[in-house]
Design a protein around this ligand. Sequence first.
Ligand SMILES: *Cc1c(COP(=O)(O)O)cnc(C)c1O
Length: 426
Amino acid sequence: MTERKTITPTHRYRNNDKLIGIGNEFWDMSERNGLAGIVADLDAGSGVLRATEGHEFIAEGHEFVNFSCCSYLDLDSHPEVIEGGIDAMRRYGVLDHCIARSRVQIPAMRELETSLGELFGAQVVCSIAASTATFGLLPLIASGHLGNGTRPLMIFDKNAHVSMAGLKPVCADETEVVTSRHHDLDFIEDMCKKYAKVAYVCDGSDSLGGYAPVKELAELQDKYGLLVYYDDSHSLSAYGERGVGYVRTHSPVQDERTITVVTLNKAFGTSGAAIVLDGQSKETLRVIERFGGALNYSQLLNTASVGASLASAQIHRTGELTTRQNRLYANIELFDSLVRTEQAGSTFPIRLVPMSDATVIEAGRRVIEAGFYVSPVFFPIVARGTAGLRVMMRADQTEQQIRDLCAVLVAAGAEAAVPLPGEAVL
Ligand SMILES: *Cc1c(COP(=O)(O)O)cnc(C)c1O
């Protein structure tokens, strides 16, 4: 037999050897220390988790409060949201009716699209996940079919969430793809001067705080027809009037040049995602529905998710949303008054408590032993010197829980916030 070929990959956009080589080391160390691979029952009433499997460090039955959950408004266990899911199952009599939506669909998801469209003042197309929506939309943007027909140079922000960055090789088969430094407006403008059409892909709200420069981008949109694709998953519900999120609160360009995708699985508290559009023609909406990849595979947002989302949307229309947002902000403020982080002062619910690479795992272990889960991030998953414990705040965390967590964090090596005059140091 002649020698068989082996393959040398080009790795222009991705490299699993590197990703898994680096990532697995991180996950193995987290799991060995009882900070990953945890299985636990949730008591939805109190929000307390109880480990159902024992571990060298975490005993079976160990109870802890999750300070690493993205349901920032605690709508996921809201009685009306639960009832909404059950009610929709009964009303439609089926969880899903397996067929591409462009052929036949039950009206459930359309009911939600109409409701969210009214809530956001936009055209809404739903999908089973934000990453699924991105998987469908970015290649259509790359080929110019979602846009003015001209293939755009696609600029991916260096920090774009992996659900977007992962589409680079696919988009590169349709157009030219480049990666820019984080929010590099000068580079984007230079490219706008060079290319007939440019599309910029970035997060509306970053997972460690910080928001996209929507106003400056709007100027480029006005001047050059720049198309911007925002993933604003982190700020939906938690930010803005009726929870419309950061981008829709602040971007002055709300027409076909701005496309926003949001997960419904974080602060919105349910499941699935919404593609939020303005000024798109019926033909373009049909192209999205027919050619948007998994948007037209067999699986729609199921009726339980639709019902839960309709109930959550209803809560978004009432004063209860503002009450929950304000409780979340008050909890964030309390945290900021006790532990120092770079994110202090923002309304964004995630904080990174800095630790050294050498101490972060031990600190994470002390925190879970004390009854709280926060997720450690450290080298090699993040650069050396940027390790820390990632804390996520929620509306339903109690003052006592927050004070207790902060005391443990400080005892485990976190820097206490500067006390106000006359206030005791924690
Ligand atoms: C959480 C998150 C996602 C994932 O959303 P899914 O609906 O689970 O796909 C995508 N993008 C960003 C920016 C996120 O924060």
